[in-house]
Design a binder for this molecule. Sequence first.
Ligand code: ADP
Ligand code: ASP
Ligand code: MG
Length: 430
Amino acid sequence: MALIVQKYGGTSVGSLARIRRVAEKVMAAKREGHDIVVVVSAMSGDTDRLVDLAYGITAEPNPREYSMLVSTGEQVSMALLAMCLIGQGCPAVSLTGGQAGIVTDSLYHKARILKIDNGPIQDLLAKGNIVIVAGFQGMDAEGQITTLGRGGSDTTAVALAAMLEADECQIYTDVDGVYTADPRVVPEARRLPRITFEEMLEMAGVGAKVLHKRAVEIAGKLKAPLRVLSSFEDGPGTLITFEERSMDKPVEQPIVSGIAFNRNEAKLTIMNVPDRPGIAAAILSPIGKANIDVDMIVQNISVEGGTDFTFTVHREEYDKAHSILSAIAKEIGATEVRGNQKIAKISLVGVGMRTNSGVAQKMFTILGEEGINIQLISTSEIKVSVVIDEKYMELGVRALHAGFGLGVELKEEFDPSLEQVVSKKIANFD
Ligand code: ADP
Ligand code: ASP
Ligand code: MG
């Protein structure tokens, strides 16, 4: 008997018929003798609708009330699934994040899970119930409802799996695994039988929304076994593995494992900043204090004591960042703030880059041959990212996918059933 955490995304619970189908899958796993904890997302489109309602009533929704509102989507789907299971004679109980013992910090719309009290879920499992938990939400120490950021139901599932020492956390979604690139944009993309945590973390961080970045972070830190599978068809999906283990069974390692892209960023440049020590901190500290995450940062060489300083932020936070930056510009004597919201970031990810140079150069050549101009570049050990004009994003992604041969089948297919990952209970998530 195993303990399995299954997470079903928005499309998977998108209609009553689909919720019935999820109930069938859950009951099938239960019949095999396993304890099952299910995490559900809101029915597809519901969270978007709730966010639109919030911004329809006011341009700056109160953070507490925003979380109060958008957390309700998951409560609809969890209760419907529980009703469906109970109606079929299968004991089931749905729980909000707070009822499930999920304690977060107090950053309402992008809260982080701090700890989970396993008691409520374990008691219900011991009584033979299927426990259904609302994804994407928790409760802070004061008992206020918080939400984990868009896509956060994955994080709920992985955190629960880690804390309950589950044998596997299964993320059921509308694709049958993690692909070399989003299959909606690159039809030739190929399912990866496995991907390392490190690569998955980078992919999620640069826009592959198939997994929430924080979910991968927790899975890596707490060694929670994680798999992405289709809700609609049977198959092995993609196992997220530890690099060291995959080295035991050598397979031909591609240099680039995947391509991700992101249209959600905007670029800001503060022009002609006096080039002196402390200037980067003077610009970015107020941005950080406003809880705006900064992604790429580029500072040019100064000409006659003045330099340009460019960074990217989430597009939703562009207006806020722009007004903060305009105030800073006046204070520090910069001449102008320029912004561009029509950008896209494309990233290549692969642990193979560690031992192979020339990936960035090949990437720039391929983009250049397509006539695509690169505005910003950043690299890490296993990633190269570029910012380009958003209208060339699809063209760039497809050209790179073909240029790096990602559509080509690997010689040796990995058997995911061989991989055993040990889960470890750690009380604190940070
Ligand atoms: P869910 O609602 O189940 O959480 P999401 O929409 O959040 O599903 O994530 C699944 C989607 O992620 C897919 O439909 C696909 O378009 C997108 N996606 C982006 N990059 C990838 C990738 N590399 N592999 C698979 N899917 C990807
Ligand atoms: N329902 C939330 C969202 O749409 C959380 C999730 O689905 O993961 O972002
Ligand atoms: Mg998702």
